[in-house]
Design a binder for this molecule. Structure first.
Ligand code: ADP
Ligand code: TZD
Length: 597
């Protein structure tokens, strides 16, 4: 405590005496509380049991006291990873994941993750300590001076500052509501250093705290919207359902499955919706994606936006005649955000509400007489799918030397299949794209990846959070570049002894590792890394298991052992350095100069 001296009374709670002030009554007789304890009590009151943090001024004691109060404090090496961990904890639990950062640089390090949470619709609260308001506003050069609230505002769904201890309850209640209600997102909560040591009597303090009632209220769609959608769907000749990560987040798995199965409509899962229904489901059109998108006539979007990941609903992907032309599909969009419809193409039947309520309302209109999609449509999809699956099986069966993405991922595919409860974290470019299509998921919310931004650096933070809040084994498949963004967190994995098996698909660089400096100079190529780097030693440095493998058989043995032992393990899988393509599957978004050199 900076301004006040804590005195512990017989019950162990803090009382405080300001320097130079005589206590009015015997300190030991008064139950007092302070800002530190009010923040902790407010979080606990609202069921927040875990904080992802990097401690330092002015929140060191907050982290310390939170742990003492029974909150699990997971302490990271870098705020960005702590932030990513908080955000994915929010996705997995529907409770805001809390990230705790220090002022200015720590705040900024965490802010990338907060912005990413907002973009991905993950509920998260970044609580950051900040310097003295008066000094910041006069720009007098305080320690880690920064107007954090102003900087966070445009990147967060909401941003608040609490100046007085008696407002902590309201501040945390508002942050929780903003994070989880409607479209979830990242919320910033600014807590200046001076707030923490403010004292008040404990009973008054307790009366200021708020246990939030119904923080994410159901939003029921209108009857008209549901009828409009059903009418459109009933007339479809080539219907298609697209499941997005909003559908995974909603935890309405049974209702979604019932809608898919009762209507008999083929579906496509977006990356993080894989496993909502098992990827092996006979209605999955994932292996016929490039066929169904341009062919479909009515598309039902459930918790998925028509953003770049779905080519904005336009162009060749959708059968459009030019890159910006609409393909002619008609859309039903289920989303909690009333502003999402028409953001890219016309939505004929928006159904606005929470996914559970919307899907249930649609289901109620799908009776026994619901017409199954025409057999030609289902047959054409099955034919494409079977052909593509057979082609992939052939590729996966090959065993080239050196090992490549496919032969390595064939092993990962088997191991994930045998361990359906394991969380599966994935980042990279080729390491992401190949993995997404090769590794099947059979359970919901198990696949966690780079999301809407395609951001590198989520790997270790997501893995740590999944192990901590999900309590299960984690397998992380990482490009070697991707891993580098959060690699130091293997120390965190070892420190907390988490069952995380990191597999690096190491091709010596970004996308691939075989490009050379065209000038012949000594500098390496900008996309290349140290050849055959010993990433496994990083895990060994902190007491975990490091294994270097060059064949699928060695990879299988190393992963099997990692999952058996549950020890922190890093498998450095050396693969063909020429195997990757530029930007993986999104090379169309990568401008390339036509000019030679
Ligand atoms: P993907 O990348 O998988 O396609 P997006 O992140 O683009 O998914 O879309 C998720 C959508 O889900 C967002 O538009 C968001 O508003 C919506 N969403 C999130 N949670 C819910 C919910 N509980 N009910 C309805 N819609 C939701
Ligand atoms: N920085 C951040 C934060 N996110 C990004 N997406 C990038 C940079 C650019 N980028 C990609 O889009 S993928 C990638 C980078 C640097 C790494 C690809 O290399 P990799 O995977 O080794 O991880 P592959 O398998 O070799 O393609």
């Amino acid at each position: 405590m900076d301004n006040a001296t804590a005195v512990r009374n017989a019950t162990g709670s803090a009382t405080a005496v300001r320097p130079g002030e005589a206590p009015a009554v015997h300190a030991a007789e008064i139950e007092e509380t302070d800002g530190f304890h009010l923040v902790i009590d407010a979080l606990k009151l609202n069921g927040i049991d875990t904080i992802f943090a990097v401690p330092g001024i002015p929140i060191t004691d907050l982290a310390r006291k939170a742990q003492a109060a029974g909150i699990r404090v997971i302490s990271f090496r870098h705020e960005q990873s702590a932030g990513y961990a908080a955000s994915i904890a929010g996705f997995l639990t529907q409770k805001p994941g809390v990230c705790l950062t220090v002022s200015a640089p720590g705040f900024l390090n965490g802010l990338t993750a907060l912005a990413n949470a907002t973009t991905n619709c993950f509920p998260m609260i970044q609580i950051s300590g900040s310097s003295e308001r008066e000094v910041i506003d006069l720009q007098q050069g305080d320690y880690e001076e920064m107007d954090q609230l102003a900087i966070a505002k445009p990147l967060a769904k909401a941003a608040f500052r609490v100046l007085h201890a008696e407002d902590i309850g309201v501040g945390i209640a508002r942050a929780i509501r903003a994070a989880v209600s409607g479209r979830p997102g990242g919320v910033y909560l600014d807590l200046p250093a001076k707030l923490f040591p403010q004292v008040m009597d404990a009973a008054t303090g307790a009366s200021t705290l708020i246990k939030v009632v119904d923080p994410a209220p159901r939003q029921i769609p209108s009857r008209e919207a549901v009828d409009r959608a059903l009418a459109l769907l009933k007339g479809a000749k080539k219907p298609l359902i697209i499941l997005g990560k909003g559908a995974a987040y909603a935890q309405e798995d049974a209702a979604i499955r019932a809608l898919v199965e009762k209507t008999g409509i083929p579906y496509l899962p977006m990356s993080m919706a894989k496993g909502l229904l098992p990827d092996t489901h006979e209605q999955s059109a994932a292996a016929a994606r490039s066929f169904v998108l341009p062919e479909a006539d009515v598309v039902v979007l459930i918790g998925a936006r028509l953003n770049w990941l779905l080519s904005h609903g336009k162009g060749k992907t959708w059968g459009g005649k030019s890159p910006t032309a609409w393909g002619g599909q008609r859309y039903i969009q289920i989303d909690i955000s009333p502003q999402e419809a028409d953001s890219n193409v016309r939505i004929d039947a928006p159904v606005i509400g929470d996914i559970g309520s919307c899907v249930s309302a649609l289901l109620a209109g799908v009776g026994a007489s619901w017409p199954k999609p025409p057999a030609e449509w289902l047959g054409a999809i099955a034919e494409r799918r079977n052909r593509n699956v057979a082609k992939m099986a052939e590729t996966l069966a090959k065993n080239p030397t050196p090992m490549n993405f496919h032969s390595a991922l064939n092993v990962v595919r088997d191991i994930v299949k045998a361990n359906p409860d394991a969380y599966f974290v994935n980042e990279g470019a080729n390491a992401l794209d190949f993995t997404r299509s090769i590794v099947d998921m059979v359970k919901p919310r198990k696949r966690l990846d780079v999301g809407t931004w395609g951001v590198m650096g989520i790997g270790m933070g997501f893995s740590i959070a999944a192990a901590v809040v999900g309590g299960q084994q984690v397998i992380a498949v990482e490009g070697d570049s991707a891993f580098g963004f959060s690699g130091m967190e293997v120390e965190t994995i070892c420190r907390y002894n988490l069952p995380v098996c990191v597999v690096i698909l190491n091709n010596n660089g970004v996308y691939r590792g075989n490009e050379v400096n065209p000038t012949g100079g000594a500098d390496p190529h900008p996309l290349g890394f140290v050849k055959a780097a010993s990433y496994e030693k990083l895990m060994e440095a902190f007491g975990g298991v490091g294994v270097r493998v060059t064949t699928p058989a060695e990879l299988r043995a190393a992963m099997d052992e990692a999952l058996r032992s549950k020890r922190p393990t890093l498998v450095n899988a050396l693969i063909d350095e020429g195997a990757g393509t530029e930007s993986g599957r999104i090379s169309n978004l990568n401008p390339v100069s036509k000019k030679k050199s």
